[in-house]
Design a protein around this ligand. Structure first.
Ligand code: SF4
Length: 399
């Protein structure tokens, strides 16, 4: 598959065929929050044609022309169901997700906004169904590919060490993310299903710390920050957000802001988890760490890693979703990881809604000194080689 580059070709982004120039002209990005002094690139990105076109839906939500998916799901009526009957909930979910996709694909933004304004909140709605499904999964947890099948609702903990009560390690407006995202309301959960020996957040990912906050309180904080025009998105991260899907959906049941939802994850989600998140997440922000299963098993304790994450990339890319892929270049891992990853992205994804961040900021933290290959920082030459390779493939890069 070849990569995309944007000139002024016609692209069907909004239900009617518009040129790239028209798509940009149709957006008023002047009211979007920025961090001009600390992050001037958060201002410059608003004039970056490639960023605007590839993440067009994201920017349209921020300019009020489109709706965050979770808001649509909250007004999308489904059949009455028994929250104790998981099989029937899945059946209803499957049927209504088909309708949901059909609804999004056959109406333009204006029609969806009109529908939203005229509709009330049905008790049985798609978001509530997803929440109830996630609460059923917690009782035999398989949110990620470890599939521990333990009852977290009764206090059991699996690989991630998180019981059913999510713990929030920190929650703040982050200005260190990619320019598309800054300022980003970042919610860090404690706990992770991976064991990355170089984890830079090991104090919250490998230890259970933080506090229990009621979902409604987190929702109020999101709404307050958004109404104050301080944030561009809600950025669910950790550790990893995956063990907390039921909590996140619980928060969104109370949230009212038209703010994009960002999934900042190692992407080791199960297919069931991805199905639940489909129709909720507006921008995927997954890591792509390793180009093979062996490095992933040795350095992150994640068996079948490459098979799982490439499957997940294909699923969300196939759904037509917007994706910002992060790859942290590891020292001595150019040939086994960086280049195969970049090549895979080039060969397997439709890049029209994808941007890639090739990151240089590796530091040998936590237990990395015990692993000779990653016990030092990246050299300039290594990073240049990674970037040159990405450029040779004409991947759409961000920073
Ligand atoms: S989220 Fe945690 S408990 Fe659930 S399957 Fe993954 S590691 Fe196991």
């Amino acid at each position: 598959m070849t990569s995309w580059s944007f000139s002024d070709e016609s692209i069907d982004y909004t239900g009617c065929c518009m040129s790239a120039r028209d798509v940009i002209a149709d957006l008023d990005l002047s009211g979007i929050p920025t961090v001009p002094f600390w992050r001037p690139d958060s201002v410059a990105i608003l004039r970056d044609k490639d960023a605007i076109i590839r993440f067009n839906r994201y920017w349209r939500i921020l300019s009020g022309k489109s709706l965050a998916k979770y808001l649509i799901a909250k007004k999308f009526a489904v059949d009455e169901y028994d929250p104790l009957d998981e099989n029937s909930m899945w059946r209803i979910h499957r049927d209504y997700m088909e309708e949901f996709h059909d609804f999004l694909n056959t109406r333009n933004d204006r029609e969806i906004l009109d529908w939203y304004e005229k509709s009330s909140f049905p008790h049985y709605n798609l978001l509530r169904l997803k929440h109830d499904l996630s609460n059923a999964i917690v009782k035999s947890c398989r949110f990620c590919e470890f599939k521990c099948n333990i009852n977290r609702a009764e206090g059991a903990v699996g690989r991630c060490r998180v019981d059913a009560k999510s713990r929030i390690a920190s929650i703040f407006v982050h200005i260190g993310e990619e320019p598309e995202l800054v300022p980003s309301y970042t919610i860090f959960f404690s706990g992770c299903n991976f064991r990355c020996v170089y984890c830079q957040n090991w104090d919250i990912s490998q230890r259970i710390t933080g506090v229990h906050l009621p979902p409604i309180e987190v929702a109020i904080r999101i709404d307050e920050r958004f109404q104050a025009n301080e944030i561009r998105n809600v950025n669910w991260v950790g550790g990893d957000p995956t063990p907390n899907i039921h909590f996140i959906l619980g928060v969104l049941l109370y949230t009212n802001s038209n703010v994009p939802q960002v999934w900042n994850s190692n992407f080791y989600n199960s297919i069931e988890a991805l199905q639940i998140l489909d129709g909720v997440i507006d921008l995927w922000l997954p890591d792509f760490k390793y180009g093979n299963n062996e490095c992933a098993t040795r350095l992150s304790g994640a068996p079948r890693y490459f098979d799982v994450v490439t499957r997940n990339f294909k699923i969300v890319n196939g759904n037509g979703d917007e994706i910002l892929i992060r790859h942290l270049v590891l020292p001595n891992h150019l040939d086994c990881c960086t280049k195969p990853i970049l090549r895979w992205i080039h060969d397997n994804l439709d890049l029209s809604k994808v941007r890639v961040n090739v990151m240089a900021q590796y530091r040998p933290e936590y237990q990395a000194s015990a692993y000779k290959d990653i016990s030092r920082r990246l050299t300039k030459d290594e990073f240049n080689e990674a970037i040159q390779y990405a450029r040779k493939l004409e991947l759409p890069l961000t920073s």
